[in-house]
Design a protein. Structure first.
Length: 139
């Protein structure tokens, strides 16, 4: 991380995606049909999009930087598996009724942005089109 923080964020991606996959698989299939995977940053979404197909994960959505231009979750998705937030209080006011499904453990002890964060199932507080402009961030 000290030498190259961007590269350090990719360490543990297989374990990260496995954790998201495990959380996803614990949802009943009927619930998964109306649930998006939403990440706080483009790196998390990219990891899921690159490594997720092996785990049969759907594409990830993120409103971070240019990733936001690839679109928001469909209107039928009334729940979100939320990744990259420090907990329910951090996800508010945009998400509510959150419950933790898993905790990210990179298995190498590297303290990157995702290490130790919960993977939560939450409900968006508004429909995605109304919420999307508030979720977009460029940093």
């Amino acid at each position: 991380m000290a030498l190259n923080p961007a590269q350090g964020e990719t360490v543990g991606w297989p374990a990260f995606v496995q954790t998201v996959s495990t959380a996803w698989r614990h949802l009943p299939s009927a619930e998964r049909r109306h649930t998006a995977i939403f990440t706080r940053n483009y790196g998390e979404a990219g990891a899921i999009d690159v490594l997720g197909p092996v785990h049969r994960l759907p594409r990830a959505y993120s409103a971070h930087n240019g990733f936001s231009e690839w679109g928001m979750p469909p209107a039928v998705d009334t729940r979100a598996v939320l990744v990259g937030y420090h907990g329910a209080a951090d996800a508010a006011p945009y998400f509510q009724q959150c419950r933790t499904l898993a905790t990210v453990e990179d298995r190498v002890g590297l303290n990157n942005q995702e290490q130790g964060l919960p993977v939560m199932l939450c409900q968006p507080t508004r429909a995605w089109p109304a919420l999307w402009p508030h979720l977009k961030h460029y940093d």
